[in-house]
Design a protein around this ligand. Structure first.
Ligand code: FE2
Length: 396
């Protein structure tokens, strides 16, 4: 059972004119003007409820959020998730993940509606992850959203996954204008807001940091349950020796594939010669030391580029979102950096950090309230959908 949680108060933006600009994904919604005028006359001062469906990777999430009338605190009515867990040593394949999502989506939507205690009539729109993500899982979610839209007669809102993370993080923490570090299995980006866009200041040039950690979990053949990165984190807590690894920051960007290759070599060497000792302490080198060294190295890189972005934009707030954002060591390292700059770090727990349906519902409803709709004919999904493609009309 998911507890309904009151969120911080948000600013209600009253829409006074028709939508004339592209909002998400470059769609201009001129045909909806008449509908919108009626909508805003009738709904601008009443509560709005959105259903959100997320399934861009191995988590299938369904969330229901309520934005109350006149800017009262938003409420989470339901936020449930079911994860496809692949066997140890294996990643999750698109085909199998999509099959999982198709098998669970109806159950999750029913359960969410029941937990929220609402009916279809209470819903204003259906939000779904348009991208980025893995093709087949995204398709399964888009098909489910279209099916519900037709079945229930509700409008669709296609949502950028990264913007969903950012808006949910801002909503939960109350961070006003932070530099955002978005770190997950599929994405690594340092982002700051300027003039209606979430601008990418730095990003991974090859694999995402979460993918680096997940793939090393496969190398070690450790469990993917509840998540490979979580199990690496627990092992890293027992590590004491910091081993030498490449440090690959290139300007504002990072590279992780060479670090993964290096740690894989160290792991193979340790497996072949288990009796290795650290040249400085004389203590035995362990698998935990490998996890510790990998985390310390890649997190130091992330902290460096985040700090540089903070200096560029003059911000003293950092918001960490995405699945890797749950990592307590990353939060601690970022906190030390922010403290030294006289700033603060905002982090959220796994309910909102890891991919979830409520973030899609929330970001989708923010866009919906500014007049954005995704027409049925355009309700596609895409593996490539950059954060800065989204026109953020709901912020000043
Ligand atoms: Fe994500």
């Amino acid at each position: 059972m998911v507890e309904a949680i009151p969120l911080r108060k948000f600013i209600f933006v009253r829409v006074t004119g028709p939508c004339t600009a592209p909002l998400i994904g470059g769609h201009i919604q001129e045909p909806h003007h008449d509908t919108l005028k009626g909508l805003f006359r009738g709904k601008a001062h009443s509560k709005m409820i959105a259903l959100g469906i997320e399934g861009s990777a191995n988590k299938l999430g369904v969330g229901l959020i309520l934005h109350p009338a006149k800017g009262g605190p938003a409420r989470i009515l339901a936020n449930i998730r079911h994860t496809y867990v692949s066997p140890p040593g294996e990643g999750f394949l698109p085909k199998d993940t999509a099959k999982h999502h198709r098998a669970w989506i109806t159950r999750l939507v029913k359960k969410a509606m029941k937990e929220a205690g609402i009916t279809v009539d209470d819903l204003d729109c259906i939000c779904y992850t348009k991208g980025p993500g893995m093709g087949a899982p995204l398709q399964s979610v888009a098909v489910a959203a279209r099916m519900l839209s037709l079945l229930w007669g509700k409008e669709l809102v296609g949502v950028n996954h990264c913007v969903g993370h950012i808006e949910m993080g801002r909503e939960i923490t109350g961070a006003q204008n932070p530099v955002v570090l978005y770190v997950s299995g599929g994405n690594t980006q340092v982002i700051a807001y300027a003039e209606q866009r979430y601008r990418i200041f730095g990003e991974a040039l090859d694999i995402a940091v979460g993918n680096c950690l997940d793939r090393f979990a496969r190398t070690l053949n450790i469990s993917n349950d509840p998540a490979p990165g979580y199990n690496i984190e627990q092992l890293a807590k027992q590590g004491v020796h910091l081993l030498d690894l490449p440090y690959a920051v290139k300007g504002m960007d990072c590279s992780f594939s060479g670090i993964l290759a290096s740690i894989d070599i160290l792991a193979a060497s340790l497996k072949a010669n288990p009796g290795q000792v650290d040249s400085f302490t004389g203590g035995p080198i362990t698998t935990a030391d490998l996890c510790f060294s990998l985390q310390e190295t890649v997190f130091a890189m992330l902290v460096e580029i985040t700090e540089r972005a903070m200096a560029h934009v003059g911000s003293n707030q950092v918001l960490i979102v995405g699945g890797v954002g749950c990592n307590e060591r990353l939060q601690e390292m970022m906190g030390l950096m922010a403290r030294d700059r006289g700033g603060s770090v905002f982090a959220i727990d796994e309910r909102f950090c890891i991919d979830n349906g409520i973030m899609i519902a929330h970001a989708g409803l923010l866009a919906y309230r500014t007049g954005f709709r995704t027409l049925l004919d355009e309700s596609t999904c895409t593996q490539r959908f950059r954060t800065d493609e989204v026109y953020v009309k709901w912020r000043d």
